[in-house]
Design a protein around this ligand. Structure first.
Ligand code: TNX
Length: 723
């Protein structure tokens, strides 16, 4: 019988059985893909009378299921209608089979992990509302036989909880969301320049002080909240509870302390870990850029041992990630004792001190039974044991080279798997690696890898670095949800799909639209929809979507439901957005909306400017930033004057720069002038910048400092944005 005929019979069966009609058709749109699934006639009725039978070693899974499916009977003995969980050691550890017959459902897995994976697939045979944890029975499950196993044993997500604090409850929620997608490794980036997040009992100040930014904390403040103390850390008990919570969901937590670089937060708390010299901060706007552990200070290795000893006791994972990325090794050249160490060891290059540092840390790790994991730029020389798991991120070439060196490699190429990247041109995020949406993630391919390289690839991973997250109200997780989903759905498919189970994007996208968006809504994820296509032609704005979502639009006022088209002579004022369930798209306009004006502009300041060339680039809208010669005082100003008056629908000015601390007007206002002589205020600055709508043609715009004695650094100025 052909599959489509079976499918039709199945629909008829369900409709005739009168239980559930079309909704019972779930079970086709598996994400990630299932290796083999064949349907047969009939269905299993899951009712309140159905019992859940399980082997004792699977009790945690049974308890987990009860949270989602309201089984009344939870028993060890045989019943008429039953769902059974079993371990079948002849299957691979993470492999599973599901057999749905009219009288019973059996999920068998090679181990706890395999059974858990099977249960995650079983959930996808149920209506999406199962994820909302208030499913009502009865429901029907189509009769089928499924057998499945993952391509890679490491399906990984790295979450940067150092730059932006993520609470324990939020982390547990993400653990659940990963589990639904069969992602089984959560790598926590627990330290960086902006924070230290693990309680270390022998050094309580690491977390108690280093876990917070701003206010009286010595740690680099968050950009727009210089005076607000913000952040948090995980106590050891909280971490143990996260580890246990994750283990029940087949997720291993891999901790990372990023060393020897990326350690500024700790360096600010305990300056003794840094190389002992006074940095010259005149070139860096007063910022001490030393963020590297001193390699020659013996007491540093004792501190690291304290950290590793305590953390080994919290995290049962065999692996301990020790970072190794982006080390500014020139600090060691300036340190007398590191120079001495370099000489004693006979190193030709300063970089070799990194190998020395890493091998000392690895020696400590081995005393606690741990295998190291590093970022790919942590590999130097041949000091790393070949069992080191390498997270390869820089480029596809770096991934292939790492695998070629024989290291077990997690492929997390920035261009495809960095979920801090923008998802389309006008959206939020970084773009250094690429612009990456769910489709691009899905397109990842191992085609260029040699067989030998491929043998060393043990997993695929995504990463979310959180420098920018902190500016997007991280107390709600909306931004993180939006950045992770559905890109993680694509990643999970790349990491799981085996042999012929891969689908073309169109098919995968169909599964997203027809079922998985609904599942993610039941999971309460604020996921991203692909933005609508907006066009302006013949005086009309038209917008369209291909995912059945609802369209809305606004001309700056209230948001309205979109009908067929919007007739207007000012298309540049309109934005459109699609919404479906808990998902929404970015707000997008037609080309007219994005068109910027670049009138001839001259920038002057009461503080004068430091470099003519930089200023010229800013005046010509070529990007970059210019800096004033000194810090601002009350009454200081920066003025943009136009050769000809400008009629604009919106203007945006910004002082300061995300990466240059305190180079802004902490408080101030913006004034506009019709004649370049008389100015009128249009609003106060927020985060050193202001978006405003000029009511008439403008000859000049002036940003004025209102604080008595402002930032300690000079002021950074960018081009004015004029729409
Ligand atoms: C590179 S990935 C980094 C991170 C940044 C990220 C921003 C890696 C090992 N280093 O420190 O946060 O880029 O995308």
């Amino acid at each position: 019988m052909s599959t489509s005929i079976r499918y039709i019979l199945l629909r008829i069966c369900l409709i005739v059985s009168g239980l559930v009609s079309v909704q019972a058709m779930y079970g086709r749109d598996f994400i990630p893909s299932v290796e083999q699934c064949s349907y047969s006639d009939g269905c299993f009725r899951l009712t309140e009378e159905t019992s859940l039978l399980f082997e004792e070693s699977l009790r945690d899974i049974a308890v987990y299921i009860l949270d989602y499916v309201p089984f009344r009977s939870f028993s060890q003995k045989g019943d008429e209608s039953k769902v059974m969980l079993r371990v079948n050691p002849s299957l691979g550890e993470e492999a599973y089979t599901i057999s749905v017959r009219q009288q019973s459902v059996t999920v068998s897995g090679g181990s706890y992990a395999g059974v858990f994976n099977g249960v995650m697939t079983l959930f996808q045979l149920l209506p999406p509302r199962v994820y909302s944890r208030n499913m009502t029975l009865p429901v029907s499950i189509p009769c089928c036989e499924i057998s499945d196993h993952p391509r890679f044993g490491y399906r990984w997500l790295c979450l940067d909880v150092a730059r932006t604090w993520i609470s324990v409850d939020a982390l547990k929620r993400y653990v659940d969301l990963l589990a639904y997608h069969k992602i089984n490794k959560l790598h926590l980036h627990l330290s960086d320049d902006e924070g230290w997040r693990v309680e270390i009992k022998s050094h309580p100040e690491f977390a108690k002080v280093g876990g917070f930014r701003g206010g009286d904390s010595p740690v680099y403040p968050r950009y727009d909240k210089f005076d607000e103390k913000w952040g948090g850390f995980y106590t050891q008990d909280e971490l143990r509870s996260i580890v246990g919570y994750a283990a029940k969901r087949n997720i291993e937590i891999i901790p990372e302390i990023d060393m020897p670089g990326h350690s500024k937060a700790l360096g600010n708390v305990c300056p003794d870990i840094l190389c002992p010299y006074t940095p010259d901060t005149s070139a860096t706007n007063g910022l001490d850029i030393r963020n590297v552990w001193c390699a020659s200070n013996e007491s540093n290795y004792r501190i690291i041992e304290d950290v590793i000893r305590e953390m080994s006791d919290i995290f049962p994972s065999r692996f301990f990630h020790i970072g190794g990325d982006e080390v500014v090794s020139s600090v060691w050249d300036k340190c007398p004792s590191c120079r001495r160490l370099k000489r004693e060891k006979g190193y030709a290059e300063t970089r070799q001190l990194q190998d020395y540092f890493m091998s000392r840390v690895i020696e400590i790790l081995s005393r606690y039974g741990k295998v190291p994991s590093v970022w790919n730029d942590g590999i130097h020389g041949d000091g790393l044991p070949k069992s080191t798991i390498v997270c390869a991120w820089k480029s596809q070439d770096a991934c292939m080279a790492t695998a070629g060196l024989g290291f077990p490699t997690i492929v997390m190429t920035g261009s495809h798997f960095y979920l801090d990247m923008k998802q389309s041109e006008h959206e939020y995020g970084h773009n250094w690696a690429s612009i990456t949406d769910a489709r691009k993630v899905y397109s990842f391919s191992f085609d260029k890898y040699t067989e030998e390289q491929l043998r060393n690839v043990i997993g695929v991973g995504a990463t979310f670095f959180s420098e920018i997250y902190i500016e997007h109200n991280p107390d709600s997780n909306a931004y993180l949800d939006y950045m992770l989903f559905p890109r993680l759905c694509s990643m999970s498919d790349v990491a799981w799909r085996t042999g012929s189970s891969g689908r073309a994007w169109d098919e995968f996208y169909k599964s997203l639209r027809s079922t998985h968006y609904e599942r993610m809504s039941a999971m309460n994820i604020g996921f991203r929809l692909f933005p609508p296509r907006v066009r302006y032609e013949n005086g009309c704005l038209t917008a369209s979507v291909d995912d059945g979502s609802d369209l809305y639009y606004s001309d700056g006022g209230e948001w309205r439901r979109y009908g067929t088209s919007v007739r207007t002579t000012t298309p540049e004022r309109y934005l459109f957005q699609s919404r479906k369930g808990t998902g929404e798209s970015f707000r997008v306009g037609s080309d007219e909306y994005y068109r910027l004006q670049r009138p001839a502009t001259h920038i002057t300041s009461s503080m004068e400017f430091a470099s003519d060339r930089a200023l010229e680039r800013v005046e010509k809208y070529e990007g970059g930033i210019a800096r004033t010669r000194r810090a601002a005082h009350k009454g200081d100003w920066i003025q943009y004057s136009f050769d000809n008056c400008v009629r604009a629908r919106e203007m945006f000015v910004q002082t300061g720069h995300v990466h240059l601390r305190r180079c802004l007007f902490l408080s101030g206002h913006v004034e506009v002038s019709r004649d370049g002589v008389n100015f009128v205020s249009v609003g106060t600055l927020h985060n050193g910048g202001l978006d405003f709508v000029p009511q008439y043609e403008v000859k000049a715009v002036r940003v004025v400092c209102d604080s008595r004695s402002d930032a300690e650094d000079n002021v950074v100025v960018a081009s004015i944005t004029i729409k």
